[in-house]
Each structure stands twice: as structure tokens, then as C-alpha cells.
Design a protein. Structure first.
Length: 300
């Protein structure tokens, strides 16, 4: 059972922020206060329940094209009944994620109530949708998701036990809210999920220290000197890291260090508050130019 986290006090909204539906700007304000991926999920589920769409599915894959590299799947309900069904390769291969979200950005209606609005569905998959309808997932709204660094794709679906007409009424009233909420929640969830990688994989402080040095491109001998340990100890520590993370090469571990925020993203040029920064200014009809500014703190 998912335990709710304590609600943090809301910051006051200024008038300029109140020109979107109240349920949306309240959700986004809640999202700002999250510190863990579970908190993002809880707010997403609460939004779905508020709009009478209590069944939430969230899938994220580490590659646009290779859906087999699934990072995680979350559902707001017991979806174990799908496990045996998905053992059938025909059923397992077909889904809204694979047949739509990998190639398109447009949200779609889903479920048995809208089966005739979609591409032809294999008979075995139709039976899955019929079973889902019996369990309350009769109609849904799916939002394709993207993050480009590293490339990832995903899908968030809000479903409920609604006839076609009732579902369309919900979407006319709240479709925009659901779309924006899914995109914002996905970005926030993935950010927290990446930051929690070290905890999920029990990476020690010493291994984090090694990741930092790998992220800076140091070789084994240089790392050994920096940490005042033997080269053999460096390699043992690296072996332990590869076992915990499944990443088997130095470049992958260096990329992990960047993803975890242990080293700076090279696109930021490593600028500090004391550095000058170069800003690319592009103006339609006037060309582009570079402008130097500094320090960064003056830009805030």
C-alpha cells in the first residue's frame, strides 16, 4: 500500500499564474515541492482520482526505438493479472506504447470504448481490453512522453470505468490539464528517479568518489594517486560498481556520473559564478550574434 507523504505548505500564487484551470496550477504547485519520485507519483494518482480517472499506468523506456529496455512500470492498481497474458508474444508485442507512443506525440483515447477509433487490434489483444474493461479500465487517455538526454520515451495513461460519451465529457473539461500534468510529472519523476539511482543500487560514498574521478576522465593510475590507494584497489572498486550498475565500461560509468549530477554536464562548459559566459542571441530578420556576460550571478 502506498503511504502518502506529508503535504508541504503551498507557496502563494501570483495573479499571473492563475490563468490556467485551478486543478492544473494546483497540481503544478504541488509538483514543485516534490523531493522524491514517489511523491510525484502520489500527486499524479491524486489528480487522476480527482478527475474520476483512478487507474494510472506509467511506463518509461531507456530508448525511443528499443522498447525492451524498459526502465520502470508503475500502476495505481494491482496489474498482476496482466503478467500471464503478456507471456503470449502476440499480446506482449502489441500495446499503445509500442503502436503509437514510440512514433507520435499526440495524446490518444484508449480502452475498449475507443477500440474502433484506433488501428486494427489483434483478437488476442481485444480480449485483454475486454478483461481490462471488466476491471474498471474501460476508457482512457494516454499521453506520449519524451526526454532527449539520454533518449527516453514513455507513456502515462489515465483510465476509468466510463462509457465513451462520459469519457469524452471528461476530456473536453480536463484534457488539457491531463496532458500538461503528464508531461510535467514525467520530467519531474525522471529527474528524481535518476537522483535516486545511487540509493537504489546501494552505491557507497567511496564508489561515488570513484564515479566523480571517472567522470573527469582519469585513468586508473591517476585515480589511485588521487585516492591514495593501489591500482588493484581501484580496479576492485570499479568491478563492484559494474556489478551493481550493470555498466561494464568506463565511458558508461562516466556518463552515469554526469547523470547523477556528480560531474558537470559538458554542455554547461563548466562555468562557475566567477566565469564569463557566452550567450548566443538569435533574432529572426537580424541574424545571430554572440554576447559575453559575466559573472553568471549577474544573470539571475
Amino acid at each position: 500500500m502506498m503511504k502518502p507523504t506529508a503535504a508541504l505548505p503551498h507557496r502563494p500564487l501570483i495573479e499571473a499564474e492563475k490563468q490556467t484551470p485551478a486543478v492544473l496550477h494546483e497540481f503544478l504547485r504541488d509538483l514543485e515541492a516534490t523531493e522524491r519520485s514517489i511523491e510525484v507519483w502520489q500527486r499524479l494518482v491524486r489528480l487522476g482520482r480527482t478527475l474520476d480517472l483512478p487507474y494510472i499506468d506509467f511506463i518509461s523506456a531507456s530508448s525511443f526505438r528499443d522498447w525492451k529496455k524498459t526502465r520502470f512500470v508503475r500502476t495505481s492498481y494491482d496489474s498482476s493479472w496482466l503478467n500471464s497474458l503478456n507471456e503470449d508474444p502476440v499480446v506482449q508485442k502489441w500495446s499503445y506504447f509500442r503502436s503509437h507512443a514510440l512514433d507520435h506525440l499526440t495524446p490518444i483515447v484508449t480502452g475498449l470504448e475507443f477500440i474502433d477509433d484506433f488501428h486494427p487490434v489483434p483478437p488476442k489483444r481485444r480480449k485483454v481490453l475486454e478483461l481490462a474493461a471488466e476491471k474498471g479500465l474501460r476508457a482512457g487517455f494516454s499521453v506520449p512522453l519524451r526526454i532527449h538526454a539520454p533518449p527516453q520515451s514513455g507513456l502515462i495513461t489515465f483510465s476509468g470505468n466510463h462509457a465513451r460519451r462520459d469519457m469524452l465529457t471528461i476530456l473536453r473539461a480536463h484534457g488539457w490539464t491531463l496532458h500538461v500534468a503528464a508531461m510535467a510529472a514525467h520530467q519531474r519523476y525522471v529527474m528524481h528517479f535518476a537522483a535516486e539511482f545511487a540509493d537504489r543500487n546501494a552505491i557507497s560514498d567511496k564508489q561515488r568518489e570513484l564515479l566523480v574521478l571517472l567522470g573527469h576522465g582519469l585513468k586508473d593510475k591517476a585515480i589511485a594517486r588521487q585516492l591514495d590507494i593501489s591500482v588493484s584497489a581501484v580496479r576492485q572498486r570499479m568491478h563492484s560498481l559494474t556489478e551493481k550498475t550493470g555498466i561494464e565500461n568506463r565511458s558508461g560509468l562516466a556518463a552515469l556520473a554526469m547523470s547523477l549530477g556528480l560531474v558537470a554536464d559538458p554542455l554547461s562548459h563548466g562555468a562557475s559564478d566567477a566565469d564569463e559566459v557566452e550567450i548566443l542571441v538569435q533574432m529572426d530578420g537580424s541574424g545571430e550574434r554572440s554576447r559575453r556576460e559575466g559573472p553568471i550571478s549577474n544573470l539571475r
